[in-house]
Every structure is written in C-alpha cells, then in structure tokens.
Design a protein around this ligand. Structure first.
Ligand SMILES: *Cc1c(COP(=O)(O)O)cnc(C)c1O
Length: 382
C-alpha cells in the first residue's frame, strides 16, 4: 500500500458493532467481562483502548514498523524510551535538539544515574568515537535539528550503533513519516510528537513511539501500562483525523517553504538562510538521500544581527503568528534566542549559528503569495 492510501486506510476498518466509517471515540475506563479474565481483548483503558489501538495500528503502518505505542505527549513517549535504560547506562545525543528532550535527559534522568552526552552528530565518526563500550545503550537522533536544520545521517549512525550493540531512537517530529522513515534506515525506534505534523491542526497534545521489533514494542507497552502516561480517546481521534490529510498538508508546507526560503535568500535585510533544500546546505546530499522533500521549517537571521530588529519582524507579521510549536496548517514564527533556546548560554548558542536575530518559521499551508507578502511587509520597518 502506498503512503497516501495508508494514511486513510491502514489499520482502520468500519466499526464492527455499528459500521461507523469514522473510528468511534471509546470514552470508557473499563470493559465488561463474561467471566473473570474472559473479555473481548480490553480490560481497563490504561492498558488498552480501541480508539488508541486503531491509531497505533495506523502509525505502525506509516513508519513501516512492527508495533506502536501512543502516549499523552511527545515527551511522555520519550520518557518511556529512556526507561528502557538502567542506572549506569549512557546516552549519546545530538547537541542541537528540542529543548524539552534536553531537559528530560539532563534534569530528570541524569539524577537517576542515566548519563547523557551531547555531541556534534553531523559527522558519524564523532559518534563512533563517543561510544563508551558496554556503557552506551542508546543513541538519540533528531533530524532535521531544531532550529539550525542540520541533517544527521541516520543510516550511517544506525550502522555504527548496531555494530556496537547500542539501541537507536530517531525523533522524526520535524519530518513526519511522509518525508522520512527512520526504521527503514536501520533505527530501532521512531518517536513522534504527534502534537505537530501528525495532528496538524494545533488542537491536540500526543506522542508515539513506533518500534522495529515486536519485542521492543511489548516492553514499551509494559512500561506504559506500569507508568500510565496514556492519551485520551478523543485526542487519539483527533490525531487519526489529522493523519488522513498528512501527505497533502506536508506536500504543500514543503512547497511553500521552498518558495519562502528562496525569497529570503535574496532579500537584502536577511542574513543567512537555513534550509536543507538548498544545494549549498552542508548536509543537502544526505537530506536528499533520506528525505522525500525538505520539510516545512525554515530558519534565517538578519543581515544586521540585532535582537530588537528580530523582535520587530515578529511583531509585524500578521499571517505568521508568534508562538511555540510547529507543524500546524497555520504558519508560525518564533525567536529561538528568547523562546525555545533561552536557557542556552549566549556564547554556546552563537557557536552553532543561533544568533540574536535568528528567526524560525513553521510554514503552514496558506497561499504562499500571501505569506511572502506578510514577511516582506514586516521587513520594511527595519
Ligand atoms: C514538540 C516536540 C517534542 C515534544 O513533544 P510534546 O508533544 O510537546 O511533548 C519532542 N521533539 C520535538 C522535535 C518536538 O518538536
């Protein structure tokens, strides 16, 4: 089955009890049993819920996996993955990643004796060097990275991990399964903040892990049932509904982003533009090899690197709304230095190009001419 058919049909059947075409929202905490232990596969909704099960089957198909587990948020999903580890174990992760993922590893898991190391992952050889044999148990990859939009070579790193008996998990939130399928490139697990492209309408918080093996899936279902960070059935319904248009939304976001990146590149008020679709992007070749298109995210800074000018741009756009998050149908604009990456010391962020005037766009699916006009007007007052 091709992707555009999977989003609508994989794992989804008309409801067996009524024939309802849309998966019902099974708003129930428990299920009737005929005799103790004799039931229709559902006992208690922390363990399993039919709406959630359908979403899990659909996500399994979209990522070409064996199992999927849905969680109350992307970070709850990551929490479960990290609980596969034990005190004394080590994690290698990229140094340019979602702030919440950094916080979870550093301030929650590290005090329990699970040690993260944050390194430059652009060069797979650095990853090989960083592996502490017998101690390193997980490599955490996020690509494209946030907000610099570097591309990490999933296949090369997963190969190194496998040779050293290390598990891999790829945070695929920025790409969505439409653009990139890490399990096909050798990863053991894929993580999604379904809050972003999968949901796609900025109306739900949900997370998921898709696994390459049944065994890893079983272990994560066990952890989830023991810990309890499950999503509600209505949230599962919203994500199932969002996914039905995933391919069309992401396609449009990609084509809009491409035009906007080109517009920015020649604009006199703009400095550097970070967009993996440009031939001169340092990882363009890897992006081309592992992604179907280059995504809906574009970052750029101003020709004169000024914090207040960046703020002016962001308060002068009308279609681009100043907000956290990404991946919705509407375009968003953000200022990493004062928002998502405010906790990173300035000299450190400058080293990776995260300047005071860096602006991140999550390009939506509006008409691109209006989006470009909106940005152009916002630059006029500088
Ligand atoms: C938003 C996000 C998360 C966290 O997901 P939540 O659903 O907000 O918990 C993780 N990784 C990336 C790349 C994200 O953008």
């Amino acid at each position: 089955m091709k992707f555009g058919t999977k989003v609508i049909h994989a794992g989804i059947e008309p409801d067996p009890s009524t024939g309802a075409i849309m998966t019902p929202i099974y708003q129930t905490s428990t299920y009737a049993q005929k005799e103790p232990g004799k039931h229709k596969g559902y006992e208690y909704a922390r363990t399993k819920n039919p709406t959630r099960s359908v979403l899990e089957k659909n996500l399994t198909a979209l990522e070409n996996g064996k199992d999927a587990i849905c969680f109350a948020s992307g970070l709850a999903a990551m929490d479960a993955v990290l609980k596969l580890l034990k005190p004394g174990d080590e994690i290698i992760s990229s140094n340019d990643l979602y702030g919440g993922s950094y916080r979870l590893m550093r301030t929650v898991f590290e005090p329990y004796g699970i040690k993260p190391r944050f390194i430059e992952m652009n060069d797979p050889k650095q990853v090989k060097k960083a592996i502490n044999r017998g101690k390193t148990k997980l490599i955490w990859i996020e690509t494209p990275t946030n907000p610099m939009l570097n591309i990490i070579d999933i296949k090369a790193i997963c190969k190194i991990a496998k040779a050293n008996n290390v598990m891999t998990c790829v945070d695929n939130t920025f790409s969505s399964p439409y653009l990139q399928n890490p399990l096909d490139l050798g990863a053991d697990m894929v993580l999604h903040s379904a809050t972003k492209y999968l949901g796609g309408h900025s109306d739900v918080i949900l997370g998921a892990v898709v696994t390459k093996s049944k065994k890893l899936g079983e272990r994560l279902h066990y952890i989830q049932n023991a810990v309890g960070a499950v999503p509600g059935p209505q949230d599962c319904f919203l994500v199932l509904r969002g996914i039905k248009t995933l391919h069309i939304r992401v396609e449009r976001a990609c084509s809009n982003a491409k035009k906007i990146a080109k517009f920015l590149k020649i604009h006199p008020k703009v400095g550097k533009v970070y967009y993996p679709g440009f031939k001169d992007h340092p990882n363009h070749k890897i992006a081309k090899a592992q992604m179907r298109d280059f995504g809906g995210m574009v970052s750029f800074d101003l020709a004169v690197d000024d914090y207040n000018d960046a703020k002016k741009v962001m308060s002068n756009t009308h279609l681009f709304t100043l907000a956290e998050s990404l991946g919705g149908v509407e375009s968003l604009i953000g200022h990493p230095a004062s928002m998502t990456h405010a906790s990173i010391p300035k000299p450190e962020r400058l080293k990776v190009g995260l300047t005071d005037s860096l602006i991140r766009l999550s390009v939506g699916i509006e008409d691109v001419d209006d989006l470009i006009e909106d940005l152009d007007k916002a630059f006029q007052n500088l």
